[in-house]
Design a protein around this ligand. Structure first.
Ligand code: GDG
Length: 483
C-alpha cells in the first residue's frame, strides 16, 4: 500500500517570524488536532498553506520554512497575498462559507474571486501531483478545495481520492443559487468517496447532484457512467483521551502551579460562593450565534433577576477572518453588546460577562471547560462543533450541563444535551435556568451516555473509518473493472 497524502487549506502548524528567524509550532484547530495522530502514525504527508503570504517570508528564510515543515511531514503551498485575498478571503469565505451556512444575504458572487479559486485549487493540485505515486491515497479536506478531487483525477485517473467536507452542505434550494454550481459538484465528484458530518448534509449533496447534473443516485452512490462515487456520513470525533487526561491532570495539579485564569476561576467558584459559571467558546464568526447568545444572557438576567450577582458568562471569542467586513462588523456588535449588558447589570462586586477576544493556550481552555457549570453553545449553523464534544470529555466527575443548538451537527450525537433552537430566546433563557438548577444526578446521567459515545467514536476512529470505507469503495471499483 502506498502513502497517504492529506491536503487541507492550512497546514497543521503555525509559523511565526521574528527578527529574521522563525518559530514553528503545532496549530490548534479542530482539523489539525484531529488528524495529527493519523498523520504521525502512518506513512503520510500533509500539503497545505503555512498561513503566511509568500511576501511575508523573507527570501533567506524560505528554505528554512521548507525544511522545518518537512521535518513534520508537511509540504507548504506558497500563496501570494493577492491569492489569499481573492481565493481565501474572497471565494472561500465570502461565497462558499456564507452560502453553505445559509447566510445568503452575506454571499457574494464575484467572477474574479471564482477565477482565483480555480487557479489556487490548480496550484494545490500541482503540489499533490508532484508527490503522487501509484498506489497512493489522497485525502482532501474542506470547502476551500472543492475542485481539487477532479483536478487530481484528470491527471491521475486511477488514484484513490477521498474528500471530507467540514461544514454543512446546504439544501438544493440554497446550493442551486451558486452561479458555478455545476463546476463545484463536478470538482467534488472527482473523489471516490465524499464524507460529511451528518446524514442530512450527505442527502443535500446527493439531491443537488441529481437535480443539477442529472446523475442517477442509488441510495448513497452516484452513477457517473464511467465511475461510481459514494457519499456517506462520518461524524468527526475528538481526541477523547487527550481532553479527558488533561482534565484529570489539571485536577491533580498543586495549587501553586495553577494558571492565573484558574486562580481567578477558583476564587469565584469557592470564595464568592454560589456564583455559577457559564462558558461560551468559539471563533468569532456570524455562524456561531454569539451576538444572540449575549442578548439571550441579558434577557435571562432580566427575566430571572434572582440570578443577578450569582452567575457569570465567560466568553472566549477567537479572532478569525478579520479581513472580511462581516467579521469586523460582528466584532463591533459584540463589543457593544457586552458593554451594554455589563454596563446595565454590573455591581461593585460583579461583572456579568467576562469577554476575551483572543485565543488561549490549551491549558487555559481546559481551565475553562473544567471550572464551568454550564457550556452555552448556540450556533445558527455549524458543520459539527467540536467544542461541545470537548466540554463533555473534560467533565471527569460527570457533572456540568451542555446547552447545544440543534443547528450544530454535533446535536445529532449529543441528544442528551439541552437542545435549543438558537432563534428561540425564551427557550434559551429557560434552558439556562434549567441547566443552573439541574440536579447533579440528572447531569451525571446525561453526561455519562454522551461520554460513552464520544469515547467510542474518537477522532482516530473517525479517520480510520473514513479510510477503510475509501479503500473499500475503490477496491469495489477496481474489482468490477477487471471482471
Ligand atoms: C470547523 C467547522 C467543525 C478554540 N478556541 C481555542 C481553541 N479552540 C479549538 C477548540 C476546537 C477547535 O478550536 C474549534 O473547532 P469547532 O468545531 O468548534 O469550530 P470551527 O473552527 O468552526 O471548525 C465545525 C470543524 O471544522 C471540524 O470539522 O466541527 O463545524 O466550522 O478543537 O478546542 N484551542 C486553543 N485555544 C483557543 O483559544 N488552544
Amino acid at each position: 500500500m502506498g502513502k497517504t497524502i492529506i491536503i487541507s487549506n492550512r497546514l497543521p502548524l503555525q509559523i511565526n517570524i521574528s527578527e529574521n528567524d522563525l518559530e514553528v509550532s503545532p496549530s490548534v484547530g479542530g482539523l489539525a488536532t484531529g488528524l495529527k495522530s493519523f498523520h504521525q502514525e502512518g506513512d503520510s504527508i500533509w500539503i497545505g498553506w503555512t498561513g503566511l503570504a509568500s511576501e511575508e517570508i523573507p527570501e533567506n528564510l524560505k528554505p528554512k520554512v521548507l525544511e522545518k515543515a518537512k521535518s513534520q511531514g508537511c509540504i507548504p503551498v506558497d500563496l501570494t497575498s493577492e491569492e489569499i485575498e481573492k481565493f481565501y478571503y474572497g471565494f472561500s469565505n465570502r461565497t462558499i462559507w456564507p452560502l453553505f451556512h445559509y447566510f445568503m444575504e452575506y454571499t457574494e458572487f464575484d467572477a474574479e474571486h471564482w477565477e482565483a479559486y480555480k487557479q489556487v485549487n490548480q496550484k494545490y493540485a500541482d503540489a499533490v501531483i508532484e508527490k503522487l505515486e501509484d498506489g497512493d491515497t489522497v485525502w482532501v479536506h474542506d470547502y476551500q478545495l472543492l475542485l481539487l478531487p477532479a483536478l487530481i483525477r484528470k491527471e491521475k485517473p486511477k488514484v484513490t481520492i477521498g474528500f471530507f467536507n467540514h461544514i454543512p452542505f446546504p439544501s438544493y434550494e440554497v446550493f442551486r443559487t451558486l452561479p458555478w454550481r455545476e463546476e463545484i459538484l463536478r470538482g467534488m465528484l472527482g473523489a471516490d468517496l465524499l464524507g460529511f458530518h451528518t446524514y442530512d448534509y450527505e442527502r443535500h449533496f446527493l439531491r443537488s447532484v441529481n437535480r443539477i447534473l442529472h446523475y442517477d443516485i442509488n441510495f448513497n452512490a452516484v452513477n457517473k457512467g464511467n465511475r461510481i462515487v459514494k457519499a456517506d456520513s462520518f461524524p468527526m470525533g475528538i481526541d477523547y483521551n487527550k481532553f479527558r487526561n488533561s482534565a484529570l491532570e489539571h485536577k491533580s495539579q498543586p495549587k501553586s502551579e495553577t494558571t492565573d485564569i484558574q486562580k481567578k476561576l477558583d476564587y469565584h467558584k469557592y470564595v464568592s460562593k454560589g456564583t455559577k459559571l457559564i462558558i461560551s467558546i468559539d471563533r468569532l464568526d456570524y455562524t456561531k450565534g454569539i451576538a444572540n447568545r449575549i442578548r439571550a444572557f441579558g434577557y435571562f438576567l432580566e427575566k430571572y433577576p434572582e440570578y443577578q450577582e450569582n452567575v457569570r458568562l465567560i466568553m472566549l471569542a477567537v479572532p478569525s477572518r478579520t479581513n472580511v467586513p462581516q467579521y469586523q462588523l460582528l466584532k463591533k456588535e459584540i463589543d457593544e453588546l457586552v458593554g451594554r449588558i455589563n454596563g446595565k447589570f454590573a455591581t461593585v462586586n460583579w461583572t456579568p460577562i467576562w469577554y476575551f477576544y483572543r485565543s488561549m493556550p490549551f491549558d487555559n481552555l481546559i481551565d475553562l471547560y473544567t471550572s464551568s457549570d454550564v457550556a452555552l453553545i448556540t450556533p445558527v449553523r455549524d458543520g459539527m462543533n467540536l467544542v461541545a464534544k470537548e466540554y463533555i470529555a473534560t467533565r471527569t466527575d460527570n457533572t456540568g450541563v451542555l446547552i447545544l443548538s440543534e443547528m450544530a451537527g454535533a446535536a445529532q450525537e449529543l441528544s442528551e444535551a439541552l437542545l435549543i433552537n438558537p432563534n428561540n430566546f425564551e427557550q434559551i433563557v429557560d434552558s439556562i435556568k434549567y441547566a443552573l438548577e439541574m440536579p447533579e444526578e440528572e447531569q451525571i446521567r446525561r453526561n455519562k451516555i454522551m461520554q460513552k459515545r464520544l469515547r467510542r467514536y474518537s477522532v482516530e476512529k473517525w479517520a480510520k473509518d473514513f479510510m477503510t470505507n475509501l479503500r473499500e469503495t475503490t477496491w469495489t471499483r477496481k474489482t468490477f473493472r477487471t471482471l
